[in-house]
Write a protein that binds this ligand. Structure first.
Ligand code: HEM
Ligand code: SF4
Ligand code: SF4
Length: 516
């Protein structure tokens, strides 16, 4: 059931991916920057909100008029700021929804990675509370509807002694103090909690991506500006508590739950909201999964170079003072609670080299479920199945749909926990020991890697931008990198393989592979 839902979510995201990649380009595809986009939308909301605040009167009698002034008299600035405030808030909700679906679809929330998922839930509540209190402040008919329905919801909680709904019986009963409280919540209280919540949400991640690429920011801001000019945000009629609200135009991004209060009851709505939130919070352990051991440091082979700590996407490695009396200053220490068992640290370790002729292959850091020694053995045995003069050995992430596709086509595939687990000397080993004529590296495209930086670091290591770099003697044209996006497009990996074989066939005779 879980894998069916995840497959369906991946296919759904795949449908969104192509038009977005076409509009924004592959590197700026919004699907790869959702968390950062939500933060960017929050910035727009904050900046436009500050402008609104300068003119906003926090009283029952003044709120509506002050916004009318901004919308109609100062439409060229105040009106645009108001529209940006609304559209950026809506965009934040849309991005938030897709962010949750994406993390679920690519299974980046389970077991050791529960923290960001669980801390995300209070963020959802805060964002919705911000939207609801914001609509309240406009004090138009929609605000009246929101205020009365929210009061019905709050009255259902065993918290308030007096009826909240009593505040909205007449204009006289509606006090400025209550209104100011809402303004305080919207303008100060909730934003402070939100900032703290976002910090908590990402603080366990190494190098969290909190700023989208510039062109993406410019593109989305431009779209919102155009929308603000063409469809400026306006108020509905002024609230009048003596009259029952007629039909109101809802903002479905924020207020979709409100009609349910009338259709069912406040109790049912609370049950639904709290129930869904609890299930989402428990999702990382549903069903309970088994997890292999964390990465292990072998001090006898660790020289304290820090590359593993720099490359670990989850901040699971700390460099500490040497404890074994050897000449090096520091040693790597793994925090088992943070380690997701991705193996990216092994790919970063300079001691993970298959060329050792004596002693066991034990690098400074290793993954018990697929050690560097196991990897060398697997490479040897899979490569032994190849023959002819266009032998291509493929590397792929374990269990990925790309690996399945290649295996289904009868290709020789070595599977890794994550592509980032592959130390570049292993590529050197394959080509220089003539185990294959060429190598295909394939996995998820950057921004979609299950372990965040696996593709990014592999790409940088192979193109010699990041240590450990591929040795210069290796002919790069023999290594094809085919990073795939969504499952729908994985047919292209076979085309890339074909192109690689064509290039081998067209090589001038006598072109030799460098050997050790
Ligand atoms: C205001 C709302 C939110 C903001 C601003 C936000 C922002 C972010 C950012 C910036 C990242 C880091 C992306 C990266 O560098 O890889 C992230 C990761 C993540 N977020 Fe959110 N997020 C929000 C809400 C949520 C919610 C509601 C959930 C789920 C219930 C969620 C689940 C996750 C997960 C699972 C990760 C990945 C952690 C990992 O890779 O181990 N987020 N978020
Ligand atoms: S296996 Fe992954 S999460 Fe664990 S220490 Fe290594 S790089 Fe970090
Ligand atoms: S990369 Fe390897 S040698 Fe360097 S600190 Fe980490 S475990 Fe030690």
């Amino acid at each position: 059931m879980l894998s069916f839902l995840q497959k369906a979510a991946r296919a759904g995201l795949g449908l969104l991916h192509r038009p977005l990649a076409r509009a924004f380009g592959p590197a700026e595809n919004p699907l790869n920057h959702l968390g950062a986009l939500i933060i960017f939308f929050c910035w727009i909301v904050l900046i436009s909100g500050i402008w609104l605040l300068i003119f906003f009167r926090t009283s029952v009698s003044g709120a509506f008029e002050s916004l009318e002034y901004l919308t109609h008299e100062q439409w060229y600035l105040g009106g645009i700021m108001r529209s940006l405030h609304r559209y950026a808030s809506d965009a934040a909700i849309a991005a938030l929804f897709i962010h949750i679906v994406k993390e679920f679809a690519f299974d980046t929330y389970r077991l050791k990675r529960w923290f960001s998922w669980v801390t995300g839930m209070p963020l959802v509540w805060m964002v919705f509370a911000l939207g609801v209190t914001g609509y309240w402040l406009v004090w138009d008919e929609l605000a009246q509807y929101v205020a009365i329905t929210s009061a019905e919801l709050l009255d259902r909680l065993p918290v308030f002694t007096d009826s909240m709904a009593g505040n909205f019986l007449t204009d006289a009963a509606m006090s400025d103090r209550f209104f100011t409280l809402m303004a305080f919540m919207h303008l100060v209280g909730l934003p402070i909690f939100l900032v703290f919540g976002i910090w908590l949400h990402v603080f366990r991640l190494s190098r969290p991506s909190i700023n989208p690429p510039r062109r993406l920011m410019a593109g989305t801001l431009l779209c919102m500006l155009v929308l603000s000019f063409v469809f400026p945000a306006v108020s509905q009629d002024k609230a009048d508590l003596e009259m029952a609200t007629r039909s109101v135009d809802l903002d479905w991004f924020y207020l979709h739950v409100y009609p349910l209060v009338q259709i069912t009851s406040p109790g049912v709505v609370w049950l639904l909201l709290v129930g869904i939130s609890c299930v989402i919070c428990l999702a990382p352990w549903l069903p309970p999964g088994k997890i292999a051991g964390p990465a292990i440091v072998d001090l006898g082979n660790c020289n304290g170079c820090q590359r593993c700590a720099d490359d670990c996407p989850f901040g699971a490695i700390q460099m500490q003072a040497r404890s074994d009396g050897r000449k090096y200053e520091r040693e790597a220490v793994v925090d088992a609670d943070l380690c997701t068992r991705c193996g990216i640290c092994v790919g970063a370790c300079p001691t993970a080299t298959p060329f050792r002729s004596h002693g066991d292959l034990v690098p400074g850091i290793d993954l018990p479920e697929l050690t560097a020694a196991d990897l060398r053995e697997t490479i040897r045995s899979v490569a032994a199945t190849l023959s002819g003069n266009d032998r291509v050995l493929s590397f792929s992430c374990r269990g990925s749909s790309t690996a399945k596709k290649l295996k289904g086509a009868g290709e020789a595939v070595v599977e890794l926990k994550c592509m980032g687990q592959l130390p570049p000397p292993f590529l050197d080993y394959v080509l220089s020991r003539d185990l294959a004529d060429a190598i295909l590296l394939t996995g998820c495209s950057d921004g979609r890697c299950r372990y965040r930086f696996g593709t990014h670091w592999t790409e940088d290591r192979v193109t010699r931008k990041r240590d450990p770099r591929l040795r210069k003697r290796i002919d790069e044209s023999r290594i094809c990198r085919a990073w795939q996006d969504y499952p729908q497009y994985q047919g292209s990996v076979l085309k890339q393989l074909e192109a690689l074989r064509d290039s081998l066939a067209n090589e001038p005779a006598g072109d030799e592979v460098v050997s050790t």
